[in-house]
Design a protein around this ligand. Sequence first.
Ligand code: G6Q
Length: 535
Amino acid sequence: MDHLPDGRALGDAWQRLHELADVPHLRVLFDDDPGRAQRYVLDAVDLHVDYSKQRITDEVFDALVALGEAADVAGRREAMLSGEHINVTEDRAVLHTALRSAAGDSHVVDGDDVDHQVHVVLARMAEFAERVRSGEWEGGTGERIRTVVNIGIGGSHLGPEMAAIALDAYRHPEIRCRFVSNIDGADVAGVLADADPESTLFVVASKTFGTIETLTNATTCRRWLVAALGEDAVESHFVAVSTNAEKVSAFGIDTDNMFGFWDWVGGRYSLDSAIGLSLMIAIGPDRFEEMLAGFRAMDEHFATAPLDANLPVVMGLVGLWNNNVLGAETKAVLPYAQELARFPAYLQQLDMESNGKSVRLDGTRVTTATGPIVWGEPGTNGQHAFYQLLHQGTRLVPVDFIGFATPHHDLVEHHDLLMANLFAQAEALAFGRDNDAAPHRRFEGDRPSTTILAPQLTPSVLGQLVALYEHIVFVQGCVWGIDSFDQWGVELGKELANSITPELTGEPPDEGTARPSHDSSTAALIDWYRRRRRT
Ligand code: G6Q
């Protein structure tokens, strides 16, 4: 039995779905129903989505919508959009939708007009981005900025990096973005090796300004800059994006050069806040606004469309069917667009950090599986690597294919081949081929996929795609009754790493703190490293 936090049972809705689990093969579903490909399609804003190759029937669809109703998805959606503290474990509102509110909107939450705050920061970002783009903003020696290095990690990295790659076609021709995230020195060393201090701007992006990776990387970059240009150059080569002005100032960045955001924006939902500053510099404020408009249009669809014609709701419910009824443990997102190379990694954080939970809002343990393992690579590369398992392996792996009508290049023959491959893969997964005598040459088919198509990967379409997946994650979290907006699971590893570091370097423990005791395996590994580490 699955329960909502307030105790209302979802058991009947789940029960009904489990009774319907024995669905005929997709071949049969298509043969018996000539209207299927027209009926299981949704158009929302610029996205055309075909989910007819999912293993669902009309009865399953209705039962899924009933599950969404029983879980009060519409009520929870309203609670989120109106700024209720639905992130209960951190007692916070969840208002990433306010980041893309229309100019002039006003929305008071906890006493603050969040839309107004958002537009004040957006205007400051736009002014700064224009100065960098025009060359008016100069580095310490009077050079214009040609390289923008975003230093951040997790939610302060994956979004800007994914989007900068996705929208490279819209980039200022003289400005490139680089990204430093990993504590592994190879990351920052690689970026600095290729940068010219005189024309490099560092954007230190950290909501808390307390993240060890980001502060360590920022300190290394600062040292590199000061060695080349002197202390005075820091002012014109470092800006910050944070909610913590005190720590930004303590780091030595003038808070006039800081762009703020708020505790009601979760890190993995922050691409369209000031965390997107490096992206805005690359593509310009107008294109950035187009991206926000794309987010906004999908938000409006999500907020207003009835559940059974609401794209994030339908895709979320179909995902629950695959996960909780058909038993799929993973979900592959396969963009047929090289520019979306980092989209699966971005979604991995969005989905797995949000819904990788096993305790409900009321503190009880869930009784169903929650968030799937999300993974993927662009097509067609993946076809020559892991698709073997998708077609003939023993596991059920639902797929989201993503493709575009028009590419950003002129190589039309490449694009036709690319799209032919997308359509062929979805067809082969669903229908297979079983007329070969040799068993190893048979494809059983019946492997579900959804195909998402859009006219072109524009800033607006990227915004629509990201908002779509944000809301899918939300819908699924509602049904599971979990807090999709906290991330306590990343804390333990951080704490332990902090306590182990002095053991590696041999520093004496702080007064009054005992050395942590470890299990025998960890102790032996630490010892192995201590003896060999470079000092
Ligand atoms: C995202 C998470 C996490 C966070 C990073 C960076 O939802 O909270 O990935 O974004 O840990 O945190 P800071 O922005 O505070 O450096």
